[in-house]
Design a protein around this ligand. Sequence first.
Ligand code: NAP
Length: 454
Amino acid sequence: MNNSIKTINPFNNKTIKEYEVHTFEQLSHFLENSKKTFDKWRETSIKERCRLLDSLAQILEDDKDQLAELITLEMGKPLAQSISEIEKCITLCDFYATNAEDFLADELIDTDANESFISYDPLGTILAVMPWNYPFWQVLRFAVPTLTAGNTAILKHASNVTGCALAIEKLFERAGYPQGCFTSIIASHDAIEKLIANDIIKAVSLTGSEKAGKSIAATAGKHLKKTVLELGGNNACIVLDDADLDKHMDTIVNARMQNAGQSCIAAKRFIVTETIYDEFLKRFKDKVALLKFGDPMDKQVTIGTLARADLGDILKKQIDGSIALGANVISGNKQDKAYFEPTILTDITKDMPVFKEETFGPVAPIMKVKNTEEAFRMAAETRFGLGTMVFTQSIEIAQHYINTIEDGAYFVNELVKSDARLPFGGTKASGYGRELSREGIHEFVNRKTVFINH
Ligand code: NAP
């Protein structure tokens, strides 16, 4: 097949399916269709859009197992984690079905006018470029608020989860969304550049790497189009002397190892004060040893392969580069194509790739520091800004640092995680803009000032 892409099961390396890339004519048709649908969709009531969210949630519930299997097949996540991902999408639909009307209502502001307010109007067709690591969640957390605000959406998903992209399109159709409200396209990076230039596309949302963010933001900037960028992260997980390890050790290990470490907000650098360091390392190692690798379709399996073999090669290079600079391998560091053994590294310094760069896999660099002050200083030594987490029983100390954290999130005695009720996004090289909550539904709207004198 010419100009096609293949999806490959990373666990057994078998081809799942081959898809033809859409032609330029097909893409133009999708754009026109999306625009036509927008002209009608924007006139539907928010109540009606919320009713469709209920129907979307019901279909996700009914098809949960099947959709979870598709996720696992295409990107290798253990089935239990894929099921949780679909369940999280259901809570997202419920959240906006309950709150969207309030979030999008005119906001009265007292001025010298007889009447003045902000009106939240949709923008038009929004392009989404999304990654494979949470193939349903990443798309829905963009699409649910964006469509509910009255926009239409075109999705270019990561190539390795094309089956998920097409399944999501079907979900919206089956839920009763008008045809053209949500369209999945199969397209090259060059085609995306042309789409962004097209007048029909009003804004772009990208979740992906820093490199993709720079490229897409540059194209969008050239055409003066708004972007929301959710990019990479290098979150620190600070563990202070008085951390309650009995209570939090599972959470701490999960913060790095869930989804085989392929999460933007994962704990990517562990910074541990010296008094608790030995105990922490021992417990961390014991917990990691309990992770069960195997066929991700098996519900007992707790860690899968990486989503693609080349991602293992990148990780290996980062680890080997750090070993060359003095890092010590406590466990793991074996790779076989997409399989990467959970790896613990110590004797970490800030010039090492595993400290400076984002590692997208199950590798835990653990750095020993003298005290709380040094721990927070080291945590801040990063170009990224998604989140910081700290484990301590001294809530006052944790609170003392709130205003010094430059990231989009700060979690105390909890892993950094997304929640439909809270805004989600980064600073610095992690991007800009916010998803979820009231903030997220206001990203792709025209916040129009209305001023009326009688
Ligand atoms: P990626 O290579 O940047 O790909 C993400 C998406 O962007 C894919 O659909 C990809 O398409 C597309 N893409 C990449 N370069 C492009 C370009 N120049 N023009 C148009 N489209 C382009 O990222 P990834 O490896 O899939 O995902 C991992 C990265 O995403 C990590 O850095 C992670 O931290 C970040 N991430 C961030 C968040 C967040 O919320 N902040 C969440 C999840 C992941 P193809 O597949 O066709 O190449």
